[in-house]
Design a binder for this molecule. Structure first.
Ligand SMILES: Nc1ncnc2c1ncn2[C@@H]1O[C@H](COP(=O)(O)OP(=O)(O)OP(=O)(O)O)[C@@H](O)[C@H]1O
Ligand SMILES: [Mg+2]
Length: 230
């Protein structure tokens, strides 16, 4: 299959630990791969989380349970300190490159890698304290990374994504009602809290992909397409 896009770097990043970065990475990679017959899009997942290596380990474990990986998307462990030197290879081989970040900005090369992300989705749990941390990260990102990208002539698309949403909670209702004043533009979709779907059934294998968040995947592809067009 030929390449369609110029190799777009996409990440779910919020340096707070446990906000759903790896979960959303696997979910969106599964969506792209599951719809590849219609869209022709290829995805490569890069795990730069040297310490936890969540996606890398998940794939390694799953690979022992199935005979062949021929039909699966590629998962690559690349240390954040070596990310930049691998960018040309990644761009040449995939339409969408999904980068799974560690839960901190201190690991060598993480900030430099963040600088290379074209479409940044900031997942967060809609609770008071997480919202505060998330806005702090966004302020840092805007002043130190987005501004530099702009200087270099790179376009950036940024959205917030509420994860682990319990729709009836007042914090979530407030967030949605007042989203015009929220500093980060939100995606239209959100991800519900569901232990069954996102903890028990998460997988990097296409045979296990259960289409639980296809609308979210749709909106992601739309954002990426608009990013390229504009
Ligand atoms: N929508 C959800 N519903 C239920 N559980 C979720 C949801 N999203 C994430 N989780 C769970 O929260 C935990 C943390 O998620 P995940 O590992 O994806 O976060 P992370 O941001 O990658 O963490 P780290 O910063 O440690 O890399 C996992 O147990 C995951 O299954
Ligand atoms: Mg993770």
């Amino acid at each position: 299959m030929g390449k369609i896009l110029p190799g777009i770097f996409v990440a779910f990043e919020n340096p707070k630990g446990g906000v759903g970065k790896s979960t959303l990475t696997a979910l969106f990679a599964g969506y792209i791969h599951a719809t590849a017959k219609e869209t022709g899009l290829t995805v490569g997942v890069v795990d730069i989380d040297d310490a936890q290596n969540t996606i890398g380990k998940m794939r390694l474990f799953e690979a022992t349970q199935q005979e062949s990986l021929d039909e699966e998307y590629q998962v690559m462990n690349i240390s954040s300190s070596e990310f930049i030197e691998n960018m040309d290879f990644l761009k040449e081989n995939f339409d969408i490159i999904l980068v799974d970040f560690p839960g901190n900005l201190k690991q060598a090369g993480v900030v430099e890698t963040l600088m290379m992300i074209d479409v940044l989705i900031i997942p967060f749990e809609p609770s008071k304290i997480e919202i505060m941390h998330t806005i702090n990260f966004f302020d840092y990102y805007k002043a130190n990374i987005m501004a530099k990208r702009e200087e270099l002539g790179y376009k950036t698309t940024v959205r917030g994504l509420p994860n682990r949403v319990v729709p009836n909670l007042i914090e979530y209702k407030d967030l949605v009602a007042n989203q015009n004043e929220f500093p980060i533009k939100l995606m239209e979709q959100h991800i519900k809290e569901s232990r069954v779907q996102f903890q028990r059934n998460l997988s990097t294998l296409i045979s296990n992909y259960n289409h639980v968040c296809d609308e979210f995947g749709d909106e992601m592809v739309q954002l990426i397409t608009e990013h390229i067009k504009a």
